[in-house]
Design a binder for this molecule. Structure first.
Ligand SMILES: *Cc1c(COP(=O)(O)O)cnc(C)c1O
Length: 458
């Protein structure tokens, strides 16, 4: 054999700290605001999150230690392999060197357990007995169910967006196998769910609705032993995912690469993108020349079309106002197959990075993404999640550009998860039943109009 396909780290080389981008941002973060328009205090968030995670959420420390018990669970599948996509390169006849970080090797099949384990651990430390959450495609619900099973003594209840609940029955079975409880959202179990069902009985559901249900169930626990857990968007979630990029830096160093030329990740709430890219944004802030691309679906264009505003993270306005790119909290995206990318907002940290010019954004239609997913499956062998195919489609565009320019660029992308639970989407694509959705300009304008009186972030 003439070449090395996979670059591994020893378990002892797994990072011992997470990287926090917040203190390094050129422009300081805008604080979350309460109903009175004033910054929320940690005490106001206490019914929703445990205080140890609230402290992380607002931390200005650059490096934060990963507690040893969390590392002991992560080591079940971490460090994840960095893989050179030789076969894809060959198929594209590109001079680019393509590397991907394979987060699909986790028990739940995506990057999400990186933060699920951390969040479940901090909640348990704080004495919490039950976590509620929402899930889109089912990846996050599986990840949190897995994490709660690992820790023991902590229950997990998941509100799953209806369209995915119907499309992906196996995800529910996974959650139940790990001891989690999974119900379709909107449900009749919460006031938020009942209100939506009364108004829109045929709604496909959305992450914004499911979040409202999960928060309501957490804050109404009379024993106050329930908290809510979010799989993306928030600062502490971005933090926990940086282990991905930090590992990739050590792995690239092993093959003599200081920095890639291009770093790519798909963006739903922003967490896997933040995970791979924030450590490289640190390098970029300190002078490195790295192109960093976040990729989203054309039909949910949070980064490319939405304004940077203050908006709620959920439909029932239970969350504080967050300074982020948002299509409006009432926006219900088309039921595309990349369920994990159907969120109206974007992580405030990722939105701030876009505002500060540390990254650029791309929107790609799902048909181009599925085509990219098929090429990847045939060449590299692994079937990617529909979300992940957005990063692959962008990587293919960049590799073709490198060929046109005759440049031997190093492209790194995050392989956020495998698609073995998402075969219905592939089946539709193969049978010609998958359609692209137009960017719903007028509907978004209508939703944003409702937010006109909200404060504006800097
Ligand atoms: C959830 C998910 C995403 C999108 O969420 P982010 O927070 O933006 O990472 C992307 N890929 C996979 C495989 C997912 O499960």
């Amino acid at each position: 054999m003439t070449h090395q396909k996979k670059i591994y780290l020893e378990e002892s080389e797994m990072p011992k700290q997470w990287y926090n981008l917040a203190p390094d941002l050129p422009t300081p973060m805008n604080p979350p605001l309460g109903p009175d328009g004033k910054p929320v205090t940690p005490e106001m968030l206490a019914p929703v999150f445990p205080m140890n995670l609230i402290e992380q959420e607002v931390s200005q420390e650059r490096w934060i230690d990963i507690p040893e018990p969390i590392r002991e669970i992560l080591v079940q599948w971490r460090p994840s392999p960095l893989v050179r996509a030789y076969e894809l390169e060959k198929a594209l006849d590109t001079p680019a060197k393509i590397y991907y970080k394979n987060e699909g090797v986790s028990p739940a099949g995506s990057h999400k357990p990186n933060t699920a384990v951390a969040q479940a651990w901090y909640n348990k430390e704080f004495g919490i007995k039950k976590l509620t959450t929402e899930t889109g495609a089912g990846q996050w619900g599986s990840a949190l169910s897995f994490a709660c099973a690992q820790l023991g003594g902590i229950e997990c209840k998941v509100f799953m967006v209806k369209v995915s609940f119907d499309q992906k029955p196996f995800r529910k079975m996974m959650m139940e196998t790990w001891g989690g409880k999974c119900i379709s959202s909107p449900s009749n179990e919460t006031q938020a769910g009942r209100d939506i069902l009364a108004k829109y009985p045929d709604t496909p559901g959305s992450l914004g609705i499911a979040i409202s249900e999960a928060i309501e169930e957490a804050v109404t626990d009379p024993k106050k032993e329930t908290r809510y857990s979010l799989g993306s968007v928030l600062n502490h979630v971005m933090l926990h995912q940086t282990i991905i990029g930090l590992e990739s830096q050590k792995q690239l160093a092993k093959v003599g690469i200081k920095n890639p030329d291009v770093v790519i990740g798909c963006c739903g709430g922003g967490s896997n993108f933040a995970g791979i890219s924030f450590p490289y944004m640190y390098e970029k802030i300190h002078g490195a020349n790295i192109q960093i691309i976040g990729v989203e679906p054309f039909s949910c264009p949070t980064l490319t079309k939405a304004p940077f505003i203050y908006d709620h993270g959920d439909v029932a306005k239970m969350t504080p106002l967050l300074a982020m790119n948002s299509l409006g909290h009432n926006f219900v995206p088309e039921p595309i197959h990349a369920g994990g990318l159907r969120y109206h907002g974007m992580s405030p940290l990722v939105s701030a990075a876009l505002r500060d010019g540390l990254m650029e954004a791309q929107a790609i239609h799902q048909s181009e993404c599925f085509e990219a997913g098929l090429l990847f499956s045939k060449t590299e062998g692994i079937i990617p999640a529909p979300e992940t195919t957005h990063a692959i489609a962008s990587t293919i565009r960049e590799a073709k550009k490198a060929k046109e320019e005759g440049k031997e660029k190093v492209i790194l992308f995050n392989f956020s998860g495998h698609g073995l639970m998402d075969l219905v989407g592939y089946n539709k694509y193969l049978n010609g039943n998958l359609h692209d959705h137009e960017y719903p300009e007028s509907e978004i304008a209508k939703n944003l109009k409702e937010l006109e009186d909200y404060p504006m972030p800097k």
